[in-house]
Design a protein around this ligand. Structure first.
Ligand code: PMP
Ligand code: GLN
Length: 380
């Protein structure tokens, strides 16, 4: 078969989780919590199933859930939304990203992506017939060089994909980043796709810089989030996309034939949970910061070097003092020798920096898991 994605293998998240299973290793590779979903949310899902909410949801999502999302976004980012015309519930953020890209990228269009980049973006652009223009984030802080973005814009640039808090580096945008982005795009018709799935996981009193805070940016943006990250239920696969009505209309044309709609009882459960506990997400920064600090404090005794992450539930560790291997090889060694699975971040680059020796570790784990993993890493 003449593959449409000839260079694409299996996603690193499946590869490393599979290897973790085979080695009986502690799995800090693929990002998912090893602690339970809030008890009330689980009960609400069961109630929704028993109450008979088991048939197709409306294409755009259950109205009550979209109203709850609109209320939250308004309270958080000061952005008044028409829940009917601007919010679409999707089967995870993954579906929202794919639908947004397919809806707007045409053959020959250019899409700017910052490396290291989450691995779901480029295949969608390729399938849509577009070309990815890779721009590097600048270590050690992995910030965007906005002058380079300005220089990279051409008449073919259709979309810029942004991700803050950033997976895999943990970098978070500052208000000046949004100002620079607004300035660069103001006299263009470039669209924006903001992957904000870690919007509630920011540390050190940082404020998440949602594009929804900025009216001019919001007017040209698809903003994507995920309930999987916010309520510790990555397996439920429910997310959403917020976009102005003219963009939402295009997104829904794809969504209606990609999945049509998203799991009904889960939508009921989230809607009720958000109504009962509208501020639940406010616990997340302190909850995950305690985990980050615990993990980092233990690793200070190790030979890994690191700067504590600013957002997401991922910590990068530099293993330069331990090995000169590339990160893919070192991740395999760590699995086999220390029994800890991680993610080599070179896989998120078009051209990985040759001297970079970084692995990503997920700390969305219980204290005993983090303690056991740290003990193994400190013994190296
Ligand atoms: N974007 C980023 C940056 C992610 O880390 C993830 C991973 N979970 C997703 C999108 C996909 O989210 P979902 O599981 O809701 O599809
Ligand atoms: N987003 C998760 C991560 O970065 C993985 C999602 C997936 O496995 N597709 O680890």
């Amino acid at each position: 078969i003449r593959s449409k994605l000839p260079h694409l293998g299996m996603t690193i998240f499946s590869v490393m989780s599979q290897k973790a299973l085979e080695h009986g290793a502690i799995n800090l590779s693929q990002g998912f919590p090893d602690f339970p979903v809030p008890e009330r949310l689980r009960a609400l899902l069961a109630e929704a199933v028993h109450a008979g909410h088991n048939q197709y949801a409306p294409l755009a999502g259950e109205p009550m859930l979209r109203e709850a999302i609109a209320a939250k976004v308004c309270a958080l980012y000061g952005c008044a939304l028409d829940a009917q015309a601007a919010i679409t519930v999707t089967s995870g953020a993954t579906e929202a990203l794919f639908a947004a890209i397919c809806a707007v990228v045409r053959a020959g269009d250019e899409v700017i992506v910052f490396d290291p980049a989450y691995d779901a973006y480029e295949p969608a652009v390729t399938l849509a017939g577009g070309h990815v223009r890779h721009l590097p984030l600048c270590p050690p802080n992995f910030r965007v060089d906005w002058d380079r973005v300005r220089d990279a814009l051409t008449a073919h640039t259709r979309l810029i994909i942004l991700n803050s808090p950033h997976n895999p580096t943990g970098a978070v945008f500052k208000p000046t980043d949004l100002e620079a982005l607004a300035q660069i795009t103001q006299s263009t018709d470039v669209l924006l796709l903001a992957d904000e799935v870690y919007e509630h996981i920011v540390f050190d009193r940082c404020q998440h810089q949602s594009l929804l805070r900025h009216a001019e940016l919001a007017a040209r943006s698809f903003v994507v989030s995920s309930f999987g990250k916010t309520y510790h239920c990555t397996g439920w696969k429910v997310g959403y996309c917020i976009a102005p009505p003219r963009l939402t209309a295009e997104l829904r044309k794809v969504h209606q034939y990609l999945t049509f709609s998203t799991m009904t009882p889960a939508q009921h459960a989230f809607a009720h949970f958000m109504t009962e506990e509208p501020e639940h997400y406010r616990q997340l920064p302190a909850f995950y910061q305690a985990k980050r600090d615990h993990f980092c404090a233990m690793l200070r005794r190790s030979r890994f070097r690191f700067t504590p992450t600013r957002g997401t539930y991922f910590q990068l560790l530099d293993y330069s003092e331990l090995s000169t291997c590339n990160d893919v090889e070192y991740a395999d060694q760590l699995l086999a020798n220390a029994g800890v699975a991680s993610i080599p971040i070179s896989v998120f680059y078009q051209h990985p920096p040759p001297q970079q020796r970084l692995l990503r570790f997920c700390f969305a784990k219980t204290a005993p898991t983090l303690e056991q993993a740290s003990a193994r890493l400190c013994a190296l």
